[in-house]
Design a protein around this ligand. Sequence first.
Ligand SMILES: CC(=O)N[C@H]1[C@@H](OP(=O)(O)OP(=O)(O)OC[C@H]2O[C@@H](n3ccc(=O)[nH]c3=O)[C@H](O)[C@@H]2O)O[C@H](CO)[C@@H](O)[C@@H]1O
Ligand SMILES: C=C(OP(=O)(O)O)C(=O)O
Length: 420
Amino acid sequence: MDKLLIRGGRPLQGEVRISGAKNAALPEMCAALLTADPVTLDNVPRLQDVATMATLIANMGVSVERSDDRLAIDASRLSSPEAPYELVKTMRASVLALGPLLARFGEATVSLPGGCAIGSRPVDQHIKGLQQMGAEIVVEHGYMIAKLPKGRERLRGAHIRTDMVTVTGTENFLMAASLAEGETVLENAAMEPEIADLAEMLIAMGADIEGHGTSRIRVRGVARLRGCQHRVVPDRIEAGTFLCAVAATGGDVLLRGGRADHLEAVIDKLREAGAAVEAVEGGIRVRASGRLAAQSFRTTEYPGFPTDMQAQFMVLNVIGQGSSLVTETIFENRFMHVNELVRLGAHIQVDGKSALVEGVERLSGAAVMATDLRASASLVIAGLVADGETLVDRIYHLDRGYDRMEDKLRGMGADIQRIK
Ligand SMILES: CC(=O)N[C@H]1[C@@H](OP(=O)(O)OP(=O)(O)OC[C@H]2O[C@@H](n3ccc(=O)[nH]c3=O)[C@H](O)[C@@H]2O)O[C@H](CO)[C@@H](O)[C@@H]1O
Ligand SMILES: C=C(OP(=O)(O)O)C(=O)O
């Protein structure tokens, strides 16, 4: 199993290119299932989840070809609308195949994703919303078996209000509604930039969508969608991770392609902490030196502070001046990094949804274990500031969602290497 060996204490300098967003590329690969025409996606990040999604749809009979950052997808010969457990268990985003398959083929069999380290993550809202659109869905032997009633050829538009804001739920409904008969209104829709990016891709395919980027989206279904060429939006979580890394180590870095307008909640906190962060032509520039001031924050849906940045920002509090309270409201078990950070010398106490962090002056390197994707990123940042060597084990979690992270960090001057 690969590990990362980090020798801490070097400031980060120079430039780094921000890759396309994992959380946009995955639904957009599924959106390609909505048409028999070829779809080209550009700026597709190189990461394990993208490879898993490519295997998942190739398994259905879809042609997927990669060259550099481009994916060419042709779902004209899709023969088996099924997502098996073996692939779904490694990537929850597989549930995004359900809406497009039902909309185009009137049937789909998709494994229930199950829980993961950060929480139980049910998909009840996906099922309920698609049932409102006329699908018959039963859950049997761990699979969601979905079809249209006899005599119906298309899903029908519906008024869907989810019990909570759900990102992949909103994406499944958007894709399904684009090919449904009649109008769908999504209330309490997620507003993440990845939703707006998916909607833009669907519009390029001929969908009729209004209100994406707000909590109320209206979709008028069309009978057919065409192919398109679409560029995946830059990954705001990758950018946010590097912002925190530079703020933690000190230094001066240009994040080429980073979108400051997608990271306002994180950037506000970084500025309050004492880092200089500016939107510049072509990206985001961040400069920092010395100990920053710890910041309390609470994760919420976009445009609030993202849960996917909680673990990385916590490292700034761990080494910051003063105490802070970090509250996680989206997932019930997203403090798995805390015990590992404590092994590096952090002072953190978890009480339910909150973690009380007392800033310390230094961390000392140790062997630590990654438990999930963003927890892994927080351990890497901690390793970059800790004295001596930090060995991060189980980095397959990191590889799931970061595009060559250690190469990018090395390019900014970090002493980090992968050990096979
Ligand atoms: C591939 C992708 O885009 N993943 C992102 C997506 O995950 P994902 O779309 O899975 O997360 P959701 O927005 O759906 O989850 C939000 C909350 O709603 C709950 N819920 C959700 C659906 C449902 O049917 N029932 C239910 O109870 C979840 O358990 C969670 O507590 O949004 C999360 C929240 O920003 C991010 O952390 C993930 O990186
Ligand atoms: C939780 C995440 O991803 P996923 O929903 O794919 O598990 C994440 O990107 O931090």
